[in-house]
Design a protein around this ligand. Sequence first.
Ligand code: AMP
Length: 474
Amino acid sequence: MYRRDLKLPFDGMHEECGVFGIYSNETRDVAHTAYYGLYALQHRGQESCGIAVAYANQVRYFKGMGLVPEVFDKEHLASLPEGDIAIGHVRYSTTGASSLLNAQPIVFAGKCGKTALAHNGNLTNTKQLREELIRDNAVFQTSIDSEVMALLINKYSDGDILQGVLRACKLFKGSFALVVMTSDKLIAVRDPFGIRPLVLGKNLDEYIVASETCAIDAVGGNVVRDIRPGEVVVIDSEGEHSYFLEREKCSASCIFEYVYFARPDSVIDGCSVYAARKEAGRILAKYYPIHADIVSGVPDSAVVAARGYSEVSGIPYVEALAKNRYVGRTFIQPDQSMRENSVSVKMNALRANIRGKRLIIIDDSIVRGTTSRKIVRMLREGGAKEVHMMICSPVVKHPCYLGIDMQSYAQLIGANRSVDEICKYIGADSLTYLTVDQLKETCKSAKLDFCTGCFDANYPYALDDYQADKHKFE
Ligand code: AMP
C-alpha cells in the first residue's frame, strides 16, 4: 500500500525502471531523442515516464502517468524546448504507489542550479538515510528512494555536482543506475556491484547513456561500452571522463535481466540476452530430455528458449499460444484478480496445433504461479494430451529487494512449496527448472559475476531496511 501518511519513512517500494540520457554539443531537439530512447525501454516500466531538458541554464520537464506515447503526445513533446542535454525515465512501481508525484526525473533547484535525476534500482538503506536527512531538517515530497539520492547529491555538491555525486554515492547501498543532469553536464553512475545495467553510446559527437543497448540502437547510436560497476561517467563540453566509487571485490549483475526483464535484442555486459535465452532452452534439452511431440514457448520471452530446446532435442517447435500483441506485461495489473484475468486476455491456445499432442511448454520463470497455472489449463482445454512445463531459470525462492518485482516470501510459490507441489498446483504432467549453475552457464559470456539472490539468497548486500520491515517477508 502507498503510505500516504509517510509516518514510516521506509516506503517498501520496489522499482523496475529504465533510464536514458543524451548530451549534444549543439542545441537541438534532444527531447525527441529521449522520447525514442524511452520508447525502446518501455518494457522496463509502464506506469509513468518523464523527460527533462537542459537549455540556457534552465531545466524544463514533463512527466505523466502512462506509456511513453500516451504521456508524450505531439503537444506535450513539442512543449519541451530544444536543448543540449536531456534525461528520461520509465517507471513501474509494484506497490500501488504509482502517483504522479513519484514519477521521474526528479527536478530540483539546488546548489548547482537546476538539476534533474533519474534512477533505476532500489536502495536498501533508504530508511536510515532518510531519517538522517529528516533530522537534518530535510523535507520529503515523495516516497521514492530517488528523492533521498537527489537530496544527498545536492547536500554534498557545494557548487560542484561531480563532488556531490561522488560523495553521496558512497553512502548508497543497493542497486542504482543513475543519470544526473545539470545545465552543462550529464553524469551516469552504475552502482559498485553493477547490479542494474547501464551502457554508454555515441552518435557522431553526441553521447548517449541508457539502461539497455536496444535504446541506443533505437536512436541510431553506436554502443561504445557498458558502464563499469562503480563507474561515474561525466560528459560535458570537454568530452567524457570516468571516476570510480570505491570498488567492490566482486560484481553482482542481476541475472534476472537475462531471464526475463531485458529486451532480447539487448547485450548486457557483453552477453546477448537473446543468446542467453536460447542457451537456456538448449541446456534444458540436454539435461532434461522428455518424450514429447512438440515443444513451444510462452510468448514473448520464452519463444527463443523453445527454439533452442527444439534444435537440441529434434522435437519440432510449434506455436501453442497466440499472443495479443496489444497487451503489455502480465504484472502491469496491480492486483491478483486483475492479473489472473489478464493472462487470458493476453494469450490464447492455438487448438489446431496442440490437439492430441504431448507438449513441452517453456516459460522464463514462475513467480506467483498464476500465469503457469492459467497457461496449463488453457493448453489442456485446447486439447493437449500432456503438458510438460519447463522453466529457463531456477526456483524463485527469495524476494528481490534490488529492483525486480518479487517482493515478499508470501507471494513466491517457490518459497512455500516443493517443485512437486508447484507442479500439482499448476496442473502440469511434469515441471522442470534449471539449476543456478546451469542458468549461469547460459550467460557465461557476460563480463560480470551475477546476483542470484532471488534463487539462492546470495545477495550482494545485507538486508538492512528489509529486515527492519519484517512484514514484507511474512
Ligand atoms: P507468475 O508466476 O504468475 O507470477 O508470472 C510469471 C510470469 O510473469 C513469468 O513467466 C514472466 O513472464 C513474468 N514475470 C516474471 N518475473 C516478473 C517480474 N519481476 N515482473 C514482471 N513480470 C514478471
